[in-house]
Design a protein. Sequence first.
Length: 311
Amino acid sequence: MEFFRIRRDIPFMRHALVFNVISLITFLLAVVFLFAKGLHLSIEFTGGTLLEASYAEAPDVEKIRNRMLADGFLDPQVQTFGSSRDVLIRVPLAHDSETAKVSERVLASLAAAAEGRAPQLKRVEFVGPQVGKELASDGAMALLLVVIGIVLYLAVRFEWRFAISAIIANLHDVVIILGFFAFFQWEFSLPVLAAVLAVLGYSVNESVVVFDRVRETFKKKRQMTTPEVLNHAITSTISRTIITHGCTQMMVTSMLIFGGAALHYFALALTIGILFGIYSSVLVASPLVMWLGVSRAQFVTATKKKDEAVV
């Protein structure tokens, strides 16, 4: 399906060096922010106490947060959860506080913020520091396995040059997302990690579409050079890219605006990933394929040998 078709190929590869310099600069900045500021990890990774409380009427979340700060809680996270009357509270791990007393202190703060009307406590969960470390290591392992799977898939389906180019472009997206979260000190939680893994798969899909068109063009248009083939492949998939990513971003924007605090950073990570995923899949992966020496011979040799065998 196409909304429009561009008749003349856009010379993307003419500016390939510029695109990759921009990518390298943003990548290096993201790495600097990650090392200099680090990620603001949620209590799923660092350990802490999670409480869910229900009010008879919708509470003032900002008032609850300020009250907890006044009561000595460090960096409490308060957000509505499910409905406007339900509140989810995350309290980071405090080494000088007893776990059993944390929930009592939180309830006292909630009652004081609601002028004596104590809410109904629905659940209390404690995440120990050891559990947090295990979640962090498991998340890193999941990310590594996804990367390995993507490389193997692309190497089998296309060729090693495509696999290397795609994984560099996709890791570029991941590092930039992490760089944004490090620079602005946004909370990095399990939903955000899920968004990062989703972005990896999403970017690979875009790369596969372009690479499929590259392979097809190499076989059909023998008079084209490698840069011309890449330009044609990218230009011919622009309409599809706009439709796919535009529809996806509409849904993600809805979550970002109307999803509340629970989905805010998840949707934000997806938004950054989608925008940079388009850029990297088209304007980073394709130049890398060209510089790694992709050529028509890598696609037509197997066909030629097969035809000779039949004769």
